[in-house]
Write a new protein. Structure first.
Length: 277
């Protein structure tokens, strides 16, 4: 008799020194999604606070933990800055202006220059961008990564994960490259995007790499706009119970976003109409 699903899931070590999570899942007889779609657990109070932080961050991405703590206090939360800073780190959030608490790339990873300043983006596949955001759920949370065409706003691929390791970002990139190929790929300086696994895929495809200035989330403004849309139009509305429910919801939303949701900035066209012409 095989071990129960929960027991086998417990065998997986995200920081295993010799085997990747995918290899461990194969050995344990687990589907990759069974592991990656299991929400990360926090206390009920922390989840409520993180949901509030997430909503405030969408409105004020330039707020670091000190100003976020002040704003939470105005809303009635009794919480200190140390706790807010810790939860923002867990959520992968940083203020969009440089400061002492902004996240840093992996010290051994190369950081590439920002190539979009003063660049006129005139068509699809000139610039793609990618980013990671926090997805709140009733009993935990996941991380969501997207790859998007900057000009058309077309979402080329997306992946969910309960870990910030590089693999789910690489998988999203590989799926996007099955659709097209950009001249430039822009991200922030997160360790997932500065990793050799990720940058190597781009270099191997002959794609120029661009990275936001440290702590400048607004350098990747098109993805920031996408996060507001997907959260207010999907994630916050449905209050997912678990990872599979989140996956089903986003599997409905992104085709809607690409093929039905018209954008004023695109002349009332959909992203798919602009991307595919």
């Amino acid at each position: 008799m095989s071990a129960a699903l929960g027991v086998r899931r417990g065998w997986i070590e995200s920081e295993h020194g010799m085997l990747s999570v995918v290899e461990q899942c194969a050995l344990a007889g687990l589907a990759r999604s069974t592991y990656y779609y299991e929400p990360l657990v926090q206390s009920e109070e922390n989840l409520k606070l993180m949901r509030q932080i997430d909503e405030l961050y969408l409105k004020r991405p330039f707020y670091g933990s000190p100003r976020m703590t002040d704003w939470l206090g105005e809303l009635g939360w009794v919480v200190n800055e140390k706790r807010v800073a810790r939860l923002m780190r867990v959520m992968g959030l940083q203020a969009s202006v440089p400061g002492p608490h902004t996240s840093r790339p992996h010290p051994e990873h190369r950081v590439y220059p920002y190539l979009l300043r003063d660049l006129k983006i005139e068509g699809p596949n000139q610039v793609w961008c990618s980013d990671i955001t926090y997805v709140p759920m009733r009993r935990g949370f996941l991380y969501l990564v997207v790859v998007m065409d900057w000009y058309s706003r077309y979402v080329l691929s997306w992946e969910l994960s309960n870990t910030l390791e590089t693999l789910f970002c690489v998988e999203a990139l590989q799926r996007a490259l099955g659709i097209g190929r950009p001249q430039i790929f822009n991200t922030d300086q997160g360790a997932q995007f500065t990793s050799e696994e990720f940058t190597g895929k781009l270099q191997g495809a002959g794609i120029r790499i661009s990275m936001d200035g440290r702590g400048r989330a607004l350098d990747n403004v098109m993805v920031e706009r996408l996060w507001r849309s997907v959260k207010y139009e999907e994630i916050y509305l449905w209050d997912y119970a678990d990872g599979m429910e989140a996956w089903r919801g986003l599997s409905r939303y992104f085709p809607f976003y690409n093929t039905e949701r018209r954008h004023q900035g695109l002349g009332r066209k959909t992203p798919a109409e602009v991307y595919f012409g």
